[in-house]
Design a protein around this ligand. Structure first.
Ligand SMILES: Nc1ncnc2c1ncn2[C@@H]1O[C@H](COP(=O)(O)OP(=O)(O)O)[C@@H](O)[C@H]1O
Ligand SMILES: Cc1ncc(COP(=O)(O)O)c(C=O)c1O
Length: 271
């Protein structure tokens, strides 16, 4: 049996629902062998309203992890999540050039439930250095507003405008995620490939338990690309996967509710 291998360059979410934990669980569910280059460790303070504490990992340590995986093993696709420094954004871009594999960029700028925005220079580096290398880039509404410099986005028309601007940066396919934030009866993502806009709709689930949804979605796209599936098919499969994962999401405690990565396997899925 062929073994398809995917790499995630991302942060650790100690609560297990987002970051590399979400990526690895998703790779496993999609039948892809997952490997990790850890960039940051995020802890949460239960005595202080689940405040996020972010501990960066030194660039040398990230370099060594990448050497192990890229030079020592080899990969079929990669994704990036929380990077946390301009140096790390540059290193991720170099890794895409070096490997030549399909790359999914999840331009993480905030954690859900916090207003912790990365420094402006990180948004600039994502826009100028990493997004141009993306096979697929998956900004949420906030990130799309930052990357496109459009500011706050509230309508499907604005999502399209942002997608076009982000495509012009060099990304092959842009998926702007409307998710739960867009005022709409469905969960809408706008896809743009430089030729036509596609509006991907799924059931909108009334829940606040969507921690890690973006990581899970981009990891599912990455897994399908690692198997050699066409990009559009990979995105459609991932959209079904995340919709089921959110349909069966659950609370871990009073602060956080992750998606259920196993949902499609346990409860059945359309693809
Ligand atoms: N309440 C919801 N119901 C159904 N789908 C959702 C919901 N919230 C988000 N999604 C979908 O989950 C995926 C991840 O989106 P989102 O949660 O906005 O990402 P992020 O975690 O980066 O903020 C997208 O396909 C989005 O449309
Ligand atoms: C390490 C890490 N990466 C990414 C995220 C973003 O998560 P989401 O997919 O909910 O946007 C978080 C949020 O807590 C995180 O801790």
């Amino acid at each position: 049996m062929a073994v398809y291998k995917a790499l995630t360059i991302a942060g650790s979410d100690s609560s297990g629902g987002a970051g590399i934990q979400a990526d690895l669980k998703t790779f496993q569910e999609r039948n892809v062998y997952g490997m990790t280059a850890l960039t940051t460790i995020v802890a949460m303070d239960p005595e202080n309203n689940w405040d996020h504490l972010v501990f960066p990992i030194s660039i040398e340590v990230v370099r060594e992890q990448l050497k192990t995986i890229v030079d020592g093993i080899g990969i079929h696709a990669l994704k990036t999540g929380m990077l946390g420094s301009v140096e790390l954004i540059e290193l991720a871009a170099e890794t895409i050039d070096k490997t030549g594999v399909p790359a999914v960029i999840d331009p993480v700028m905030v954690c859900k439930g916090t207003d912790e925005v990365l420094h402006p220079e990180l948004a600039d580096a994502l826009r100028e250095v990493l997004v141009p290398k993306a096979t697929v880039v998956t900004p949420n509404l906030f990130e799309a507003g930052q990357l496109s410099k459009l500011g706050p986005i509230a309508t499907v028309e604005q999502m399209k405008e942002a997608a076009a601007r982000i495509h012009a940066l060099g990304a092959q396919i842009v998926v702007v995620k409307g998710g739960g934030k867009l005022q709409h009866q469905a969960a809408v993502d706008v896809l743009y490939d430089g030729h036509a806009f596609d509006v991907l709709e799924s059931d909108r689930i009334e829940t606040t338990y969507t921690h890690g949804a973006g990581c899970t979605y981009s990891a599912a796209i990455t897994a399908e690309l690692a198997k050699g599936r066409p990009v559009r098919e990979a995105i459609e499969t991932a959209k079904d996967f995340i919709t089921e994962a959110i349909r069966h999401s659950f609370p871990l405690n009073q602060y956080v509710g992750p998606t259920l990565h196993a949902a499609h396997r346990v409860y059945g899925a359309s693809r």
